[in-house]
Structure formats: structure tokens, C-alpha cells
Design a binder for this molecule. Structure first.
Ligand SMILES: C[S@@+](CC[C@H](N)C(=O)[O-])C[C@H]1O[C@@H](n2cnc3c(N)ncnc32)[C@H](O)[C@@H]1O
Length: 283
């Protein structure tokens, strides 16, 4: 439990994750029926980019910093608007960037009156801060709990529609195995849920093994989006990351095909910048 997301808040991985999270929730809101967001590895919820860990690494400058300072074509701007409107709102609408919303706060800001959020976080200090952020909010339940327990025991939720966000710290060597088995157990209990899990891509062999395991798991409608700001290497800082999704909205593929070329150009840090969207399994 040494991982502190504050070091990485707003970086290239968060850009891929949070832009996509906002697209999925935007789609889920096209139906009136309530949904629940279950965020298994929720983090702090809000990060101060001007102080402490985030300020020290400055990773956000290559991520959300570039996104905000680069002019966007109209179609890209339209697709990014739900996410970026929340980023602007938590900064008081000032146009300045000092605070960055993590996944539970972004989800909460995008939810409607009828929707609910369950956020679990294992680090006691982070869980306490997250609980403080949502104090008095009856839409949101924050629980200090192992996300690998939450992923299988909190589904299906009573709302029957849900997005399960899985964003592990990837500090344990077996996190990909945990992820594959967690997604499988959850899907067995709640096959109609929408799932989105994030992972760093440093060692492509490790990721291929994970994809192979998911492909033969029996889980249907698995899709993947990958983004690289440069060429990945196991012994270098993270240059790329991926999202594995189950039951993603059909429209998401087209949306990512519009967003990812722009994001790849905007976030590139050298040779090897690229993006991919593909299916691992069908119906
Ligand atoms: C990548 S960060 C989450 C960032 C957050 N999802 C966001 O997008 O803003 C991973 C978080 O998982 C927490 N964590 C690590 N192991 C966990 C576990 N087994 N269960 C729940 N949380 C865990 C870490 O303390 C860290 O806050």
C-alpha cells in the first residue's frame, strides 16, 4: 500500500481513464432509469496539483495540462466537454488549473438525482479523506474496504444498471491476475453490468498474457482501448496505458476513434505515440 495516486493525478493515464469514464456515463444517462457507479479503487477524489506529491512530479503537465492548453476541433471538444466541464467546475470556473477531480468525484458530478455511487478505498488515510469529501452526500457511500472484495460482493446492485470502475494501483506483481479474476467473478454474478478497468502498459508481454486470459474467460463483449504517448518499456516511466471494458456502449468505439487520434497527437512525448481500439470477444 505504498502507492499514492497524488503523484500521478491528471497524468496521461488519467486522461484516457477519465475522458472515457465521462463518455460512458454520458451514454448511461440517455436512459432515465437509475444506475449505480461502483468505484473499487477510488483514491482521494480530489487532488491539489499545486502542492505536495502532484506538484513534485508534475506528471499532470503532460496530461490534463496539455489537454487544456491545446485547441480542440469541435467534435473533440464536444466529446471531452462532460469531463472538462467537471475539471473547470472544481477549479471554480476560473480557467486556472489547480485542482484535479479523481474518478469518484468525476462520476458523482456526472450523476443525476436518481443515481448512486459506492466508492471503496483500502488506504485508511485516503478512505478517510474521501469520506470527508462526500460527507453528508446521501447519493454516495464511501467504504474503507479491499476493492477485490467489493468487485464481487457489491454486484448486482439494486439499481440493476451499473458501471463498475476498477483502477488498481499495480504495485503488486499479481495485479493483472487479480483483475482478470475479479472481472470474471463480478461478470458471473452481474453479466449485464458495464465494467471499465485501467492498467499501465509497460511490459507488453504481461499485458498480452492478461488479454489472452480474458479472451478465453467466457466473458462476452470485451473491448480494449490503448493509448501510448511514447514507446513503452518495462524499466522506464509509464508511456502508455489501457482500458479493458465489458458491455461498453456501442457508440463508444466511434467516439474513441474520434478522441484518441487527437489525444495521441496532443500528449505525444516522442516516437512510438499511438492508439488502438479493438474487441477481445464478441457477443
Ligand atoms: C490508481 S489509484 C485510484 C485512482 C482513482 N481511481 C482515480 O481515477 O482518481 C489506486 C488506488 O487504489 C488504492 N488501493 C490499493 N490497493 C487497494 C485495494 N486492494 N482495494 C482498494 N483500494 C486499493 C490505492 O490506495 C489508490 O488510492
Amino acid at each position: 500500500m505504498n502507492y499514492r495516486h497524488a503523484f500521478h493525478a491528471g497524468n496521461i493515464g488519467d486522461v484516457l481513464k477519465h475522458a472515457t469514464l465521462a463518455r460512458i456515463l454520458t451514454y448511461m444517462k440517455t436512459k432515465d432509469t437509475p444506475f449505480r457507479v461502483i468505484d473499487t479503487h477510488a483514491g482521494l477524489g480530489l487532488y491539489d496539483l499545486t502542492k505536495g506529491d502532484a506538484q513534485r512530479t508534475g506528471e499532470w503537465k503532460q496530461g490534463i495540462g496539455r489537454v487544456l492548453e491545446t485547441p480542440q476541433p469541435p467534435k473533440v471538444a464536444e466529446l471531452l466537454a462532460p469531463w472538462l466541464d467537471v475539471v473547470r467546475e472544481v477549479n471554480g470556473g476560473s480557467g486556472k488549473l489547480s485542482l484535479y477531480p479523481g474518478s469518484p468525484l468525476l462520476a458523482r458530478k456526472l450523476m443525476r438525482e436518481q443515481d448512486r455511487l459506492t466508492a471503496t478505498e483500502l488506504h485508511p488515510l485516503d478512505a478517510a479523506k474521501l469520506a470527508e469529501l462526500f460527507a453528508g452526500d446521501y447519493h454516495t457511500k464511501v467504504i474503507e474496504l479491499d476493492g477485490w472484495h467489493a468487485i464481487k460482493s457489491f454486484v448486482p446492485p439494486k439499481e440493476t444498471r451499473a458501471l463498475v470502475v476498477v483502477d488498481p494501483a499495480f504495485e503488486e506483481p499479481n495485479d493483472f491476475e487479480h483483475l482478470a479474476s475479479g472481472l470474471y467473478k463480478a461478470w458471473r454474478r452481474f453479466g449485464t453490468g458495464v465494467y471499465m478497468a485501467w492498467y499501465p502498459i509497460k511490459d507488453r508481454k504481461l499485458v498480452k498474457r492478461f488479454y489472452d486470459a480474458m479472451s478465453v474467460s467466457g466473458i462476452t463483449r470485451i473491448s480494449v482501448a490503448e493509448h501510448f504517448a511514447g514507446r513503452p518499456a518495462a524499466d522506464k516511466p509509464m508511456a502508455g496505458s489501457g482500458l479493458i471494458m465489458i458491455n461498453a456502449p456501442w457508440v463508444l468505439r466511434n467516439e474513441l476513434q474520434t478522441l484518441l487520434p487527437w489525444l495521441t497527437e496532443t500528449l505525444q512525448q516522442g516516437r512510438g505515440a499511438e492508439w488502438k481500439v479493438f474487441d477481445l470477444t464478441g457477443e
